[in-house]
Design a binder for this molecule. Sequence first.
Ligand code: LLP
Length: 412
Amino acid sequence: MPSLPAQRLATLAQTYGAPLWVYDAALIRQRIAELKCFDVVRFAQKACSNTHILRLMREQGVQVDAVSRGEILRALAAGYSTDGDTPGVVFTADLLDRATLATVVEHSVTVNAGSIDMLHQLGAASPGHKVWLRINPGFGHGHSNKTNTGGEQSKHGIWHTELLTALAAVRSNGLQLVGLHMHIGSGVDYAHLSEVCGAMVGLVQQTQAAGYDLHAISTGGGLSIPYQDGEPRVDTGHYFGLWDAARREAERIMGHALVLEIEPGRYLVAESGCLLTEVRATKQAGANHFVLVDAGFNELMRPAMYGSFHGMSVIAADAAERPLGECVVAGPLCESGDVFTQGDGGVVLPRLLPRARVGDLLVIHDTGAYGASMSSNYNSRPLIAEALVDGDTDRLIRRRQTVDELLALEAV
Ligand code: LLP
Protein backbone atom coordinates (compact mmCIF):
# COMPACT_ATOMS: atom_id res chain seq x y z
CA MET A 1 0.00 0.00 0.00
CA PRO A 2 1.18 3.56 -0.59
CA SER A 3 2.84 5.13 2.45
CA LEU A 4 0.45 8.11 2.20
CA PRO A 5 -3.21 7.94 3.33
CA ALA A 6 -5.99 7.87 0.71
CA GLN A 7 -7.33 11.27 1.75
CA ARG A 8 -3.93 12.86 1.21
CA LEU A 9 -3.66 11.27 -2.23
CA ALA A 10 -7.15 12.51 -3.16
CA THR A 11 -6.17 16.05 -2.15
CA LEU A 12 -2.98 15.84 -4.22
CA ALA A 13 -4.99 14.76 -7.28
CA GLN A 14 -7.33 17.70 -6.75
CA THR A 15 -4.45 20.16 -6.30
CA TYR A 16 -2.25 19.03 -9.17
CA GLY A 17 -4.65 17.10 -11.40
CA ALA A 18 -4.59 13.46 -12.54
CA PRO A 19 -2.80 11.55 -13.81
CA LEU A 20 -0.04 12.39 -11.35
CA TRP A 21 3.15 10.81 -10.03
CA VAL A 22 3.49 11.18 -6.26
CA TYR A 23 6.60 10.52 -4.13
CA ASP A 24 6.97 10.42 -0.36
CA ALA A 25 10.32 11.91 0.74
CA ALA A 26 10.15 10.34 4.22
CA LEU A 27 10.10 6.82 2.78
CA ILE A 28 13.04 7.56 0.49
CA ARG A 29 15.06 8.78 3.50
CA GLN A 30 14.12 5.62 5.40
CA ARG A 31 15.31 3.35 2.57
CA ILE A 32 18.58 5.27 2.32
CA ALA A 33 19.16 4.86 6.06
CA GLU A 34 18.76 1.07 5.68
CA LEU A 35 21.73 0.95 3.30
CA LYS A 36 24.05 3.31 5.15
CA CYS A 37 26.12 0.32 6.31
CA PHE A 38 27.77 0.50 2.86
CA ASP A 39 30.61 3.04 2.55
CA VAL A 40 28.99 4.58 -0.53
CA VAL A 41 25.37 4.39 -1.63
CA ARG A 42 25.24 5.37 -5.30
CA PHE A 43 21.69 5.90 -6.60
CA ALA A 44 21.04 4.44 -10.06
CA GLN A 45 19.08 7.49 -11.20
CA LYS A 46 17.64 5.71 -14.22
CA ALA A 47 15.03 4.54 -11.70
CA CYS A 48 13.88 8.12 -11.02
CA SER A 49 15.90 10.98 -12.39
CA ASN A 50 13.91 14.07 -11.35
CA THR A 51 16.46 16.64 -10.14
CA HIS A 52 14.45 17.28 -6.95
CA ILE A 53 14.78 13.60 -6.08
CA LEU A 54 18.50 13.78 -6.91
CA ARG A 55 18.86 16.79 -4.60
CA LEU A 56 17.13 14.87 -1.83
CA MET A 57 19.60 12.02 -2.42
CA ARG A 58 22.57 14.41 -2.29
CA GLU A 59 21.34 15.96 0.96
CA GLN A 60 21.27 12.44 2.45
CA GLY A 61 24.89 11.79 1.41
CA VAL A 62 23.93 9.49 -1.48
CA GLN A 63 26.10 9.64 -4.65
CA VAL A 64 24.69 9.07 -8.09
CA ASP A 65 25.16 6.88 -11.16
CA ALA A 66 24.44 8.25 -14.64
CA VAL A 67 23.94 6.19 -17.81
CA SER A 68 23.57 8.94 -20.41
CA ARG A 69 24.73 12.48 -21.12
CA GLY A 70 21.31 13.68 -19.95
CA GLU A 71 21.70 11.88 -16.64
CA ILE A 72 25.18 13.38 -16.16
CA LEU A 73 23.78 16.87 -16.74
CA ARG A 74 20.90 16.13 -14.35
CA ALA A 75 23.37 15.11 -11.63
CA LEU A 76 25.40 18.29 -12.16
CA ALA A 77 22.21 20.37 -12.08
CA ALA A 78 21.35 18.72 -8.75
CA GLY A 79 24.68 19.91 -7.35
CA TYR A 80 26.77 16.74 -7.57
CA SER A 81 30.52 17.10 -8.01
CA THR A 82 32.78 14.91 -10.11
CA ASP A 83 35.95 15.26 -7.96
CA GLY A 84 37.78 12.81 -5.75
CA ASP A 85 38.24 9.06 -5.47
CA THR A 86 34.58 8.75 -4.51
CA PRO A 87 33.07 11.25 -6.94
CA GLY A 88 29.44 12.37 -6.79
CA VAL A 89 28.79 11.12 -10.32
CA VAL A 90 29.96 7.97 -12.10
CA PHE A 91 28.99 7.32 -15.73
CA THR A 92 28.18 3.65 -16.41
CA ALA A 93 27.76 2.44 -19.99
CA ASP A 94 28.86 -0.06 -22.61
CA LEU A 95 29.68 2.57 -25.22
CA LEU A 96 30.59 6.25 -25.40
CA ASP A 97 28.69 8.17 -28.04
CA ARG A 98 30.59 11.23 -29.23
CA ALA A 99 28.53 13.85 -27.38
CA THR A 100 28.73 11.90 -24.12
CA LEU A 101 32.48 11.39 -24.49
CA ALA A 102 32.92 15.17 -24.84
CA THR A 103 30.79 15.79 -21.72
CA VAL A 104 32.59 13.12 -19.69
CA VAL A 105 35.94 14.71 -20.59
CA GLU A 106 34.75 18.29 -20.04
CA HIS A 107 33.44 17.54 -16.53
CA SER A 108 36.02 14.85 -15.62
CA VAL A 109 33.27 12.33 -14.92
CA THR A 110 34.62 8.99 -13.71
CA VAL A 111 33.65 6.29 -16.21
CA ASN A 112 32.51 2.77 -15.38
CA ALA A 113 33.47 1.03 -18.62
CA GLY A 114 31.50 -1.92 -19.96
CA SER A 115 33.64 -2.39 -23.07
CA ILE A 116 37.33 -2.25 -23.92
CA ASP A 117 36.63 0.12 -26.83
CA MET A 118 35.46 2.67 -24.28
CA LEU A 119 38.87 2.50 -22.60
CA HIS A 120 40.70 3.17 -25.87
CA GLN A 121 38.39 6.05 -26.82
CA LEU A 122 38.55 7.61 -23.36
CA GLY A 123 42.33 7.19 -23.14
CA ALA A 124 42.80 8.90 -26.51
CA ALA A 125 40.60 11.84 -25.50
CA SER A 126 41.56 12.16 -21.84
CA PRO A 127 44.74 10.49 -20.58
CA GLY A 128 44.74 10.07 -16.79
CA HIS A 129 40.91 9.78 -16.67
CA LYS A 130 39.50 7.73 -13.78
CA VAL A 131 37.81 4.45 -14.67
CA TRP A 132 35.99 1.54 -13.13
CA LEU A 133 35.71 -1.76 -14.98
CA ARG A 134 32.23 -3.23 -15.15
CA ILE A 135 32.65 -6.98 -15.43
CA ASN A 136 30.08 -9.47 -16.72
CA PRO A 137 30.86 -12.52 -14.56
CA GLY A 138 29.33 -14.95 -17.08
CA PHE A 139 25.99 -15.36 -15.30
CA GLY A 140 23.10 -13.11 -14.40
CA HIS A 141 19.68 -12.96 -12.84
CA GLY A 142 16.67 -10.66 -13.25
CA HIS A 143 12.94 -10.40 -12.53
CA SER A 144 12.55 -10.79 -16.32
CA ASN A 145 14.90 -11.79 -19.15
CA LYS A 146 14.90 -8.12 -20.05
CA THR A 147 16.47 -7.14 -16.73
CA ASN A 148 19.11 -9.87 -16.59
CA THR A 149 22.44 -8.09 -17.17
CA GLY A 150 24.88 -10.99 -16.92
CA GLY A 151 25.76 -14.04 -19.01
CA GLU A 152 26.55 -14.36 -22.68
CA GLN A 153 23.18 -13.11 -23.88
CA SER A 154 23.74 -9.78 -22.15
CA LYS A 155 25.38 -6.84 -23.89
CA HIS A 156 26.51 -5.46 -20.54
CA GLY A 157 29.97 -5.41 -19.04
CA ILE A 158 33.39 -6.64 -20.03
CA TRP A 159 33.34 -10.43 -20.32
CA HIS A 160 35.12 -11.89 -17.31
CA THR A 161 37.81 -13.70 -19.29
CA GLU A 162 38.77 -10.33 -20.83
CA LEU A 163 39.74 -8.79 -17.49
CA LEU A 164 43.49 -8.90 -18.14
CA THR A 165 43.03 -7.37 -21.63
CA ALA A 166 40.91 -4.61 -20.08
CA LEU A 167 43.54 -3.96 -17.39
CA ALA A 168 46.22 -3.77 -20.07
CA ALA A 169 44.05 -1.25 -21.96
CA VAL A 170 43.75 0.83 -18.77
CA ARG A 171 47.53 0.88 -18.48
CA SER A 172 48.39 1.41 -22.17
CA ASN A 173 45.92 4.31 -22.34
CA GLY A 174 47.30 5.96 -19.21
CA LEU A 175 43.96 5.65 -17.39
CA GLN A 176 43.62 5.47 -13.58
CA LEU A 177 41.86 2.37 -12.27
CA VAL A 178 39.47 3.12 -9.39
CA GLY A 179 37.56 -0.12 -8.95
CA LEU A 180 35.77 -3.23 -10.16
CA HIS A 181 31.99 -3.26 -10.57
CA MET A 182 29.38 -5.94 -11.19
CA HIS A 183 25.64 -5.67 -11.71
CA ILE A 184 24.11 -8.96 -12.79
CA GLY A 185 20.50 -7.81 -12.95
CA SER A 186 17.46 -6.45 -11.18
CA GLY A 187 15.87 -8.77 -8.63
CA VAL A 188 18.19 -10.08 -5.94
CA ASP A 189 18.39 -13.66 -4.86
CA TYR A 190 20.82 -14.88 -2.27
CA ALA A 191 21.95 -17.96 -4.18
CA HIS A 192 23.21 -15.74 -6.97
CA LEU A 193 24.54 -13.20 -4.52
CA SER A 194 27.09 -15.56 -3.02
CA GLU A 195 28.15 -16.46 -6.57
CA VAL A 196 28.59 -12.76 -7.44
CA CYS A 197 30.61 -12.11 -4.28
CA GLY A 198 32.80 -15.11 -5.09
CA ALA A 199 33.26 -13.90 -8.67
CA MET A 200 34.27 -10.46 -7.42
CA VAL A 201 36.90 -11.91 -5.09
CA GLY A 202 38.27 -13.96 -7.99
CA LEU A 203 38.55 -10.85 -10.16
CA VAL A 204 40.28 -8.90 -7.40
CA GLN A 205 42.73 -11.79 -7.10
CA GLN A 206 43.50 -11.67 -10.84
CA THR A 207 43.83 -7.87 -10.73
CA GLN A 208 46.33 -8.05 -7.89
CA ALA A 209 48.28 -10.87 -9.50
CA ALA A 210 48.57 -8.83 -12.71
CA GLY A 211 50.13 -5.98 -10.73
CA TYR A 212 47.22 -3.49 -10.57
CA ASP A 213 45.83 -1.69 -7.55
CA LEU A 214 42.21 -0.91 -6.66
CA HIS A 215 40.52 1.68 -4.47
CA ALA A 216 36.98 0.27 -4.41
CA ILE A 217 34.57 -2.48 -5.40
CA SER A 218 30.90 -2.05 -6.32
CA THR A 219 28.12 -4.55 -5.81
CA GLY A 220 25.90 -2.90 -8.42
CA GLY A 221 22.17 -2.64 -7.70
CA GLY A 222 19.36 -5.12 -8.12
CA LEU A 223 17.71 -5.18 -4.68
CA SER A 224 14.05 -5.90 -5.13
CA ILE A 225 10.99 -4.75 -3.22
CA PRO A 226 7.84 -6.73 -2.38
CA TYR A 227 5.51 -5.69 -5.21
CA GLN A 228 2.96 -8.38 -4.24
CA ASP A 229 1.70 -9.52 -0.85
CA GLY A 230 3.82 -12.40 0.34
CA GLU A 231 6.96 -11.41 -1.54
CA PRO A 232 9.84 -11.19 0.91
CA ARG A 233 11.53 -7.92 1.82
CA VAL A 234 15.30 -7.89 1.22
CA ASP A 235 17.25 -8.43 4.42
CA THR A 236 19.68 -5.56 3.93
CA GLY A 237 21.76 -6.64 6.93
CA HIS A 238 22.27 -10.10 5.42
CA TYR A 239 22.96 -8.58 2.02
CA PHE A 240 25.58 -6.26 3.49
CA GLY A 241 27.09 -9.12 5.52
CA LEU A 242 27.76 -11.22 2.40
CA TRP A 243 29.34 -8.29 0.57
CA ASP A 244 31.30 -7.14 3.60
CA ALA A 245 32.84 -10.60 3.89
CA ALA A 246 33.79 -10.45 0.19
CA ARG A 247 35.27 -7.00 0.71
CA ARG A 248 37.39 -8.25 3.63
CA GLU A 249 38.68 -11.10 1.51
CA ALA A 250 39.48 -8.62 -1.29
CA GLU A 251 41.26 -6.37 1.22
CA ARG A 252 43.36 -9.31 2.39
CA ILE A 253 44.35 -9.96 -1.23
CA MET A 254 45.11 -6.30 -1.97
CA GLY A 255 46.80 -5.66 1.39
CA HIS A 256 44.85 -2.49 2.13
CA ALA A 257 41.34 -1.15 2.79
CA LEU A 258 38.78 -1.05 -0.03
CA VAL A 259 35.69 1.13 -0.31
CA LEU A 260 32.45 -0.89 -0.71
CA GLU A 261 29.83 0.74 -2.93
CA ILE A 262 26.23 -0.30 -3.60
CA GLU A 263 24.24 1.04 -6.56
CA PRO A 264 20.52 0.60 -5.99
CA GLY A 265 17.78 2.22 -8.01
CA ARG A 266 14.49 0.49 -7.22
CA TYR A 267 15.16 -0.14 -3.53
CA LEU A 268 15.51 3.55 -2.69
CA VAL A 269 12.48 4.89 -4.54
CA ALA A 270 10.00 2.26 -5.77
CA GLU A 271 7.77 2.12 -2.69
CA SER A 272 7.88 5.89 -2.18
CA GLY A 273 5.93 6.45 -5.37
CA CYS A 274 2.46 5.89 -6.73
CA LEU A 275 0.55 6.86 -9.85
CA LEU A 276 -2.81 8.57 -9.34
CA THR A 277 -5.15 8.08 -12.25
CA GLU A 278 -8.84 8.79 -12.75
CA VAL A 279 -11.39 6.21 -13.88
CA ARG A 280 -12.98 7.65 -17.05
CA ALA A 281 -15.01 4.70 -18.37
CA THR A 282 -16.06 1.16 -17.48
CA LYS A 283 -17.35 -1.52 -19.82
CA GLN A 284 -18.08 -5.20 -20.09
CA ALA A 285 -16.59 -7.32 -22.89
CA GLY A 286 -17.91 -10.87 -22.58
CA ALA A 287 -16.57 -12.14 -19.26
CA ASN A 288 -14.20 -9.21 -18.74
CA HIS A 289 -15.08 -6.05 -16.86
CA PHE A 290 -12.83 -3.21 -18.02
CA VAL A 291 -11.93 -0.21 -15.90
CA LEU A 292 -10.44 2.44 -18.18
CA VAL A 293 -8.21 5.06 -16.57
CA ASP A 294 -6.57 8.23 -17.86
CA ALA A 295 -2.97 6.94 -17.58
CA GLY A 296 -1.49 4.52 -20.09
CA PHE A 297 1.67 2.54 -20.73
CA ASN A 298 3.25 5.72 -22.05
CA GLU A 299 3.20 6.69 -18.34
CA LEU A 300 3.80 3.35 -16.59
CA MET A 301 5.44 0.92 -18.97
CA ARG A 302 6.39 -1.89 -16.59
CA PRO A 303 3.23 -4.07 -16.92
CA ALA A 304 3.31 -3.88 -20.75
CA MET A 305 7.09 -4.30 -20.96
CA TYR A 306 7.71 -7.06 -18.39
CA GLY A 307 4.25 -8.21 -17.28
CA SER A 308 5.11 -6.58 -13.94
CA PHE A 309 2.63 -6.62 -11.08
CA HIS A 310 1.70 -3.35 -9.36
CA GLY A 311 -0.75 -3.28 -6.47
CA MET A 312 -3.83 -1.08 -6.94
CA SER A 313 -6.43 0.57 -4.79
CA VAL A 314 -9.58 2.54 -5.46
CA ILE A 315 -10.20 5.87 -3.73
CA ALA A 316 -13.86 6.79 -3.37
CA ALA A 317 -15.86 7.98 -0.38
CA ASP A 318 -17.69 4.64 -0.22
CA ALA A 319 -14.87 2.37 -1.49
CA ALA A 320 -15.05 0.17 1.63
CA GLU A 321 -18.71 -0.67 0.92
CA ARG A 322 -18.26 -1.43 -2.77
CA PRO A 323 -18.52 -5.09 -3.75
CA LEU A 324 -15.27 -6.68 -4.88
CA GLY A 325 -15.13 -7.71 -8.51
CA GLU A 326 -12.60 -8.96 -11.02
CA CYS A 327 -11.58 -6.26 -13.47
CA VAL A 328 -9.06 -5.54 -16.16
CA VAL A 329 -7.48 -2.11 -15.65
CA ALA A 330 -6.50 -0.49 -18.93
CA GLY A 331 -5.44 2.90 -20.24
CA PRO A 332 -6.39 5.29 -23.05
CA LEU A 333 -3.77 4.34 -25.66
CA CYS A 334 -4.75 3.10 -29.07
CA GLU A 335 -2.96 -0.19 -28.47
CA SER A 336 -4.27 -3.48 -27.07
CA GLY A 337 -1.30 -3.97 -24.77
CA ASP A 338 -2.22 -0.83 -22.83
CA VAL A 339 -3.31 -2.89 -19.84
CA PHE A 340 -2.00 -2.54 -16.28
CA THR A 341 -3.22 -5.96 -15.18
CA GLN A 342 -1.31 -8.36 -17.41
CA GLY A 343 1.27 -11.09 -17.12
CA ASP A 344 4.38 -11.88 -19.12
CA GLY A 345 3.52 -12.27 -22.81
CA GLY A 346 0.55 -9.90 -22.60
CA VAL A 347 -2.02 -12.28 -21.08
CA VAL A 348 -4.74 -10.21 -19.44
CA LEU A 349 -4.95 -10.97 -15.71
CA PRO A 350 -8.18 -9.66 -14.13
CA ARG A 351 -7.68 -8.25 -10.63
CA LEU A 352 -10.03 -8.37 -7.64
CA LEU A 353 -10.75 -4.75 -6.69
CA PRO A 354 -13.64 -2.75 -5.19
CA ARG A 355 -15.96 -2.07 -8.14
CA ALA A 356 -14.67 1.23 -9.55
CA ARG A 357 -16.92 3.89 -11.07
CA VAL A 358 -16.28 6.81 -13.39
CA GLY A 359 -14.72 9.65 -11.39
CA ASP A 360 -13.00 7.41 -8.82
CA LEU A 361 -9.26 7.64 -8.36
CA LEU A 362 -7.29 4.48 -9.02
CA VAL A 363 -3.93 4.36 -7.28
CA ILE A 364 -1.20 2.24 -8.85
CA HIS A 365 1.32 1.36 -6.16
CA ASP A 366 5.12 1.16 -6.03
CA THR A 367 5.74 3.22 -9.15
CA GLY A 368 8.56 5.40 -7.75
CA ALA A 369 11.16 3.37 -9.68
CA TYR A 370 11.02 3.02 -13.48
CA GLY A 371 7.71 4.87 -13.58
CA ALA A 372 8.15 8.49 -14.66
CA SER A 373 11.68 7.78 -15.88
CA MET A 374 10.41 5.27 -18.47
CA SER A 375 7.52 7.42 -19.70
CA SER A 376 7.18 8.43 -23.32
CA ASN A 377 5.16 10.73 -25.54
CA TYR A 378 3.48 7.83 -27.40
CA ASN A 379 0.10 8.78 -28.89
CA SER A 380 1.32 12.41 -28.57
CA ARG A 381 0.57 12.38 -24.90
CA PRO A 382 2.48 15.04 -22.92
CA LEU A 383 4.49 13.87 -19.88
CA ILE A 384 2.43 14.17 -16.70
CA ALA A 385 3.32 16.09 -13.54
CA GLU A 386 5.27 14.84 -10.50
CA ALA A 387 4.64 15.93 -6.90
CA LEU A 388 6.83 15.38 -3.84
CA VAL A 389 5.32 15.05 -0.38
CA ASP A 390 7.52 15.82 2.61
CA GLY A 391 5.66 15.47 5.91
CA ASP A 392 2.85 18.01 5.94
CA THR A 393 4.03 19.82 2.82
CA ASP A 394 3.87 18.94 -0.84
CA ARG A 395 5.04 20.59 -4.03
CA LEU A 396 5.16 20.12 -7.74
CA ILE A 397 8.59 18.86 -8.81
CA ARG A 398 7.74 18.63 -12.51
CA ARG A 399 4.90 20.43 -14.25
CA ARG A 400 2.80 18.77 -16.90
CA GLN A 401 4.20 19.01 -20.44
CA THR A 402 2.02 20.66 -23.09
CA VAL A 403 1.19 19.53 -26.61
CA ASP A 404 2.57 22.88 -27.80
CA GLU A 405 5.95 21.85 -26.39
CA LEU A 406 5.81 18.65 -28.42
CA LEU A 407 4.87 20.51 -31.59
CA ALA A 408 7.58 23.11 -31.00
CA LEU A 409 10.24 20.47 -31.61
CA GLU A 410 8.91 20.03 -35.12
CA ALA A 411 8.91 23.74 -35.94
CA VAL A 412 12.06 23.36 -38.04
N1 LLP B 1 23.40 -0.47 -11.78
C1 LLP B 1 23.36 -0.78 -13.09
C2 LLP B 1 24.60 -0.84 -13.85
C3 LLP B 1 22.13 -1.04 -13.71
O1 LLP B 1 22.10 -1.39 -15.00
C4 LLP B 1 20.94 -0.97 -12.97
C5 LLP B 1 19.65 -1.21 -13.60
C6 LLP B 1 21.03 -0.62 -11.61
C7 LLP B 1 22.28 -0.39 -11.05
C8 LLP B 1 19.83 -0.49 -10.73
O2 LLP B 1 19.07 -1.64 -10.68
P1 LLP B 1 17.91 -1.75 -9.57
O3 LLP B 1 18.56 -1.63 -8.21
O4 LLP B 1 16.97 -0.62 -9.80
O5 LLP B 1 17.28 -3.06 -9.83
N2 LLP B 1 13.29 -1.01 -16.13
C9 LLP B 1 13.46 -2.21 -15.32
C10 LLP B 1 14.75 -2.24 -14.60
C11 LLP B 1 15.94 -2.09 -15.51
C12 LLP B 1 17.17 -1.90 -14.74
C13 LLP B 1 18.32 -1.58 -15.59
N3 LLP B 1 19.52 -1.43 -14.84
C14 LLP B 1 12.24 -2.34 -14.37
O6 LLP B 1 11.33 -1.52 -14.46
O7 LLP B 1 12.19 -3.27 -13.57
